[in-house]
Every structure is written in C-alpha cells, then in structure tokens.
Design a protein around this ligand. Sequence first.
Ligand code: CP
Length: 304
Amino acid sequence: MKSKSLVSIDQCSEEDILRILENAAGFEKNPNRTLLEGKVAATLFFEPSTRTRLSFEAAVNRLGGRVIGFQDASTTSSSKGETLKDTILMVSNYADLIIMRHHLEGAARYAAEVSGIPIINAGDGANQHPSQTLLDLYSIRKTQGKLTGLTITIVGDLKYGRTVHSLIVGMSHFKPTFHFVAPDELRMPDEQKNLCDKLHLPYTEHTCFTEEIINRTDILYMTRVQRERFTDLEEYERVKNVYILRNDMLKGSRENLRILHPLPRVNEIAYDVDDNPKAYFIQQARNGLFTRQAIICEVLGINS
Ligand code: CP
C-alpha cells in the first residue's frame, strides 16, 4: 500500500489485496506469533462494535502486542469537548497504531492526516469499512477457490451499508457480476454504480428478492437495515423487515453458493438457515481475526 494507514479499500491495488490475503492465510495456519512484541495498539471506538473491535484486539494479543483504548466515548474527554484532532494527537503519544471507528464519514481520513502513527479505519459512518472488505474477500476466495468472475448478490440496506460500499470497490478488481436487491429507499448510491459503469462491471438492480436471483448467485451477501443511520424512524419501520432469507429459498441454489453477512444480523436471515452448509457468516467473522493480523502487519511494515 502507498499509505501507512488503511482508510479506504480504494488505496489497495489488486496486488496489495492478494498479498494481504496470502498473509492472512499464513495467520490462519499459525495465529500465535510474537511479531508485535513491544508494540501498543489503541482501539478508539466512538460507535458500538462486537466483531471488529474484539477481533482486532485478539489479533494484537495473539501477536504478542498490547492494547489500550475505549469502547464508549462518553467515558473519554471527547465528552468534555476535546476535538478528534487532539484525541488523535494524544493517543499518538502512547501507541504505535490506532484502530478507530467513528460515526462521521471521513473521520478516519482526517485522523490519518493529523496522526503521526498509522490509522486503521474500523468503519466511518456509512462510508467505508476496509478491514471488513478484506475479510469478506478472504472468505469469498476461501469458499470459491477464486475471486474472479463470480456473481455476487447484495441484499438489504445498500444506501447506508458501509460494508457494501467497500465490497463493491474491493471486488471491482476481479470482474464480478453484481445483483443489487434493495427497496427504493435504500438503493445502491450513484457513486458505487458509477464505478461499476466506469469499469464495465455488469449490475442489475432489483426490488424483489426472489429464488430466481438466488439460483444465479455464487455469493449471497445479506445486510442489516442500519437503524442508526435513519433520521426518520418511521421510514426505518417501513423497510426494516423487507427481505428475510429463509432456508426453503435455497433449495435450487448453486452447490458453491455461500451466504455471507458482515453481522450483526437482526431479522434478515432466519435461524433455519444457520444449519445449512451454505451458511458461512460465522466462519466469515472468524476469518476477521486472521485478516486483521495481516492488516496490522501491513500498516506497521512488519514482514509476516
Ligand atoms: N461487521 C461489523 O463491523 O461488526 P461489528 O459492528 O460488531 O464490529
């Protein structure tokens, strides 16, 4: 990568992505090494998280480093009015790396500009979630044996879902065909569709989630409707349960189909799907540990 921070997946060339996935595969074989001995990582989570924070922290711990940080900004001096810039400058005094989630789009980019140490964007508003994309690509390659030429169907909140926005960019190197399934209120934004047009990547938009679409799919990427991004909660109530994947909808699906979800799920995957061998979302979250170990080493310039 050209930058020492990972702010957006569009910083990563195809070569960068493949290198990180190779290194992640090495960490899957052997996740416990002392590559971060003497290093301190700071996890600054201004928004809630389960998987991203804990898998990053587990990644640092398993590599022999130490973690400082917070998961509730109300316990920090930002609640007294300290600016993000001052917070980042302070934490830069104490740590070798900052992993940050923030509700404002662009917060990670700004942090990377003012910070003296690398920043990893753990999600900024509805904008980007690059470490999620790398673990998604790792999961796709692991289950399909390749990244190129796959049909990817993305379902749910395509407007506010930052994992979706990053996934389009990450997959764009690998000649995908996309199906976008969303209600009109939550359609894929023009920015991502314009990228597909520019790169001649075929995509079709749907408002109905049908078995006919599922049966043409290699990767079914379900997403949650992002309640926290809605200014009008009545609109959220109208769309929150619009698509629910049930096990009986998978009976005509391809053998290689795998169901991914960045999680947390709310109602969009029924529990009867969990025992289907095509359900992969729990293993997908596990892959986050290995992928994040590779990302941490990448931004710190540590050979793994
Ligand atoms: N996928 C994801 O970002 O999950 P968390 O919000 O639990 O970190």
